[in-house]
Design a protein around this ligand. Structure first.
Ligand code: SF4
Ligand code: SF4
Length: 452
């Protein structure tokens, strides 16, 4: 198995007392965006001195700025089914919880997706619990098709990332044919013992089957995968090294690592008091984790959900976060019912337009871009662009185009003018500026969905 428990533990204990020159040479590599070894990441994880931690934030911030600029990609989850036969102790959907479970009908899908489109969302994360009777792969594929079909005044969902249970190669092939964006699966914890403790029954209780899901996805042709750890279940330093080992394994065997990493922290959920978890991650530790992952995986998107509050979300965008959810509901049918939380508690409950406005007002560029997946830029092809450091030149104009489109369709005239001023000012260095400004004009005439 590619996660080697003893190896991770030995790195964590042998990297506790790095001296100044070692630390400085790791920082120097990080500044040049060179790949760090597991040991070097271990040194970063063990840093306690405020002076080094501040320097690490600076380096992570610079990497973030060099690769992503001020862009932040926006998305929302769509909870499609809360049937679940697993018993994950931290989740409100666990099978022991008694509530009226449901899944979206075709009509419900139209209702939910229409609400998301009204907010301006173009990119969603499809969420479903695991239940092969009530929510099998054929239902999932059908639901994806229906979501793509919903049309609200010419607006449509353009990318569906899918977060469903680990499954078979044949089922992954069906998902691939359904035109999904990223296949997302959180390992939750890389520590086998802890994993087995918090997943006592159901198919998800198999550590190995869960851990090898991306291998089967890759085998089925899905080369765009997103990982995640549920921070608070186990020692965060161990989890970060586990995540890196997992990424290294995919790169070695399939030539492509994680497209995204999600970093949820445990929140209270129905039927669970988070105080039973002994490894709760503090705010300071959380910021450190984001910065280290930004340094260790410079080109991997980091996703933060509405579990984090406004202040934290805004602060960690500077250290490395590149995708934010907004206006989220974690309930099946929750958008239509204007009900926001069942699976876990939400800390940032602002409306989507307020999140977008706040981001603009603090100098960020909310992006609704979905171009890569639609241009077939996934897997190795995507990595090729990324490794030649071209991604910023593609992402930046796409962010401006989609933000301007969003402002024209969803914001008042003053905000539209403000967005245009920002775009004109910030696009000065674009190599294809003339063509880009032509596209901006096209948007004003009503043309939509323009991208590079
Ligand atoms: Fe089910 Fe997923 Fe919740 Fe586990 S985390 S109980 S698999 S919905
Ligand atoms: Fe993401 Fe590609 Fe759009 Fe950049 S151009 S924001 S990588 S979809």
């Amino acid at each position: 198995m590619f996660i080697k428990d003893e190896y991770i533990k030995s790195i964590l204990s042998s990297t506790k007392s790095a001296d100044e020159s070692e630390i400085e040479s790791i920082f120097e590599k990080a500044r040049k965006m060179e790949r760090l070894s597991m040991e070097e990441i271990g040194v970063l994880l063990n840093l306690e001195d405020e002076k080094y931690i501040k320097e690490m934030y600076k380096i992570a911030g610079k990497i973030k700025d060099d690769i992503y600029g001020k862009r932040v990609v926006m998305f929302a989850p769509l909870y499609v089914s809360d049937y679940c036969i697993n018993s994950c102790v931290y989740c409100g959907y666990k099978c022991q919880n008694n509530f009226d479970r449901s899944k979206l009908s075709d009509e419900d899908i139209v209702g939910e997706v229409t609400e998301l489109l009204k907010m301006g969302h173009k990119r969603i994360a499809f969420e479903a619990g695991e239940d092969d009777k009530n929510c099998d792969i054929d239902y999932i594929v059908h639901a994806i098709k229906k979501i793509y079909e919903v049309d609200y005044n010419g607006e449509k969902i353009r990318r569906i990332n899918v977060n469903i249970a680990s499954t078979t190669v044949d089922n992954f092939k069906k998902l691939k044919l359904a035109d999904i964006g990223t296949y997302i699966l959180f390992q939750e914890t890389y520590n086998r013992e802890k994993y087995e403790e918090v997943h006592p029954s159901g198919p998800k209780s198999s550590y190995e089957y869960h851990l090898t899901a991306f291998d089967r996805a890759m085998e089925a042709g899905i080369d765009d995968v997103g990982a995640g750890i549920l921070l608070g279940l186990y020692n965060y330093k161990y989890e970060v090294l586990g995540l890196i080992e997992h990424n290294n394994h995919l790169e070695e065997d399939y030539g492509v690592g994680f497209h995204t990493v999600s970093l949820p922290r445990i929140k209270d959920a129905v039927g669970t008091d988070k105080s039973i978890f002994k490894d709760i991650v503090t705010d300071e530790e959380f910021k450190k984790i984001v910065a280290i992952i930004r340094i260790a995986l410079p080109f991997t998107g980091i996703i933060i959900s509405t579990r984090e509050d406004i202040e934290m979300r805004e602060e960690i965008i500077d250290y490395g976060v590149s995708q934010l959810s907004a206006g989220s509901s974690t309930e099946v049918g929750g958008y239509k019912k204007h009900n926001k939380e069942t699976q876990f508690k939400i800390s940032d409950s602002r409306e989507m337009k307020d999140v977008v406005l706040d981001l603009i007002n603090t100098g960020y560029i909310p992006s609704f871009c979905t171009a890569c997946y639609r241009m077939g830029r996934t897997g190795e092809e995507f990595m090729d662009i990324v490794n030649h450091k071209n991604i910023k030149n593609i992402c930046t104009p796409n962010a401006f185009l989609t933000l301007y489109e969003y402002s024209l369709d969803h914001m008042d005239i003053d905000t539209q003018i403000k967005v245009k001023e920002i775009i004109v000012r910030e696009s000065k260095d674009l190599s294809n500026r003339e063509d880009f400004l032509g596209k901006i004009k096209e948007l004003e005439t009503g043309v939509r969905d323009l991208y590079y």
